[in-house]
Design a protein around this ligand. Structure first.
Ligand code: ATP
Ligand code: MG
Length: 427
């Protein structure tokens, strides 16, 4: 349908929908929309189409789509002011964006990237939000070079990804900081002028604060942007200020509709599907690849006598067992009962850190695939581990040689739906 939008008005379009500017001049998060160009509004997202001149939009609405017209830009003035300052200050090259969930972090990154692009500077986005990640799949940090105006970070091709294995930073903060910092260094070495680091909305509590302050310290940005409704990230911003960082406090757009956990899960699933599309089953002997973030493969399979000792203490014969000097990894058969007191006995007897899993628990576990030089190649999910023959069977769209498999903690089913978290395969 054709919709006329007067100069100064904004059409808020909630997906699934597509929008083509057929007449006039429209912008979206600072990007000029060429006539005839189609913008896809994904399900569970709302995009503000701003009429710079009287315009006509050709809008196609899907099932749950909605449209609403409002007067005046929905982008707060303070966003414009902050972006101008960030881009005009010589040496302001890396910007980190902090804020609670649904405060507009991703949209601010998009807006800043579009404005940076207008000034002709080479721009990159590092999407450090493991859950609501747009550049990479959930469980990864993606880095993308922005070469044309963007309306949705989801459409960007990642230059490279870093696999963290979880959809929340809790428990993997050090791994995450190392990954984000490495991507920043990579972007700097590529001569990128404006590097934008997006973060997740985990800001409440000491653990979250410690993570975010450490991230600021380690990535050493020239600008720290805090998006707040009230004072959600004030504790992190005041720390950054004390440490001498340039802090920008900006408001969250009033029109943002909060998404519930089911909607956030649906958005994550769009991300998994993008990276698992076209997956086929591959078999990889464990001896051909290195395994990381897991105790599996770090030890030697147990000799018969030692296996018998484990069986005696555990009360049943394990399907597979391996150990190194500090850890014991036991796989029980699917139907064997594992009793807490037997686990305690194993720990007391063998005096090692114990990992105990059941055959089949691995089905659906997300994995990151890398080459021997730790360059990210693709994502996969484990279909089955044949422990006895030491073979991994993995669904992945990646077809070439794999050097390293990093184990994640999220389970995904064949349709790309999240099934939960499994920690027993992970270090
Ligand atoms: N200025 C704005 N005008 C209209 N819609 C907006 C504006 N800013 C953000 N939105 C919409 O609000 C929703 C939430 O914004 P956004 O995804 O940027 O928040 P976020 O802080 O990154 O959220 P998350 O915690 O999920 O990562 C999105 O659908 C986005 O398109
Ligand atoms: Mg976001």
């Amino acid at each position: 349908m054709n919709i006329q939008v007067e100069k100064g008005k904004v059409l808020l379009v909630s997906g699934p929908a597509s929008v083509i500017t057929s007449e006039g001049k429209m912008t979206l998060f600072g990007a000029n929309l060429p006539l005839g160009n189609k913008v896809v509004v994904r399900k569970k997202r709302t995009l503000p189409f701003e009429a710079e001149e009287n315009a006509v939009l050709d809008v196609t609405l899907g099932g749950e789509a909605q449209i609403e017209e409002v007067t005046g830009s929905t982008i707060p003035n303070c966003w414009n002011k902050a972006v101008k300052e960030i881009l005009s200050s010589i040496g302001l090259s890396t910007t980190i964006i902090l804020g609670d969930i649904d405060c507009g972090k991703t949209s601010f990154c998009t807006f800043l990237a579009n404005k940076a692009l207008n000034t002709g500077v080479r721009t990159a986005i590092i999407d450090g939000d493991l859950g609501q990640s747009d550049v990479g799949s959930p469980t990864t940090v993606g880095m993308s070079l922005v070469s044309k105006p963007i309306t949705d970070l989801f459409t960007l091709e990642p230059h490279t990804l870093f696999f963290a294995g979880l959809t929340s930073p809790s428990g993997v903060t050090e791994r995450l900081i190392t990954g984000i910092r490495a991507l920043k260094v990579m972007a700097s070495e590529m001569g990128i002028g404006v590097i934008i680091i997006n973060t997740d909305g985990w800001v409440k509590g000491d653990e979250a604060k410690n993570y975010k302050t450490a991230l600021v310290k380690e990535t050493h940005p020239e600008a720290v942007v805090g998006i707040q409704r009230n004072d959600e990230v004030e504790n992190i911003l005041s720390y950054a200020e004390k440490e001498g960082f340039n802090v920008f406090r900006i408001a969250s757009p009033l029109c943002i509709k909060k998404r519930n956990s089911e909607e956030r899960k649906e958005l994550r699933e769009q991300g998994y599907r993008k990276f698992l599309e076209g997956a086929t089953l591959r078999s990889l002997p464990m001896g051909w690849v290195e395994m990381e973030y897991t105790p599996l493969g770090t030890g030697m399979p147990l000799v018969a006598d030692r296996l018998k000792d484990v069986e005696t203490v555990l009360g049943h014969k394990p399907l597979y067992c391996e150990e190194n000097s500090e850890e014991l990894f036991i796989v029980s058969k699917e139907n064997d009962k594992i009793h807490q007191e037997d686990i305690m006995k194993v720990v007391e007897t063998f005096k090692k850190r114990l990992y105990i899993v059941k055959d089949g628990d691995e089905k659906g576990l997300i994995v990151g695939l890398l080459d021997k030089n730790k360059q990210f190649l693709g994502l996969g999910t484990i279909e089955k581990i044949d422990f006895e023959n030491r073979v991994l069977r993995i669904y992945t769209p990646y077809k070439d040689k794999i050097g390293i498999i990093q184990f994640g903690q999220i389970k995904i089913d064949e349709k790309g739906k999240e099934e939960g978290i499994v920690k027993s395969f992970s270090t």
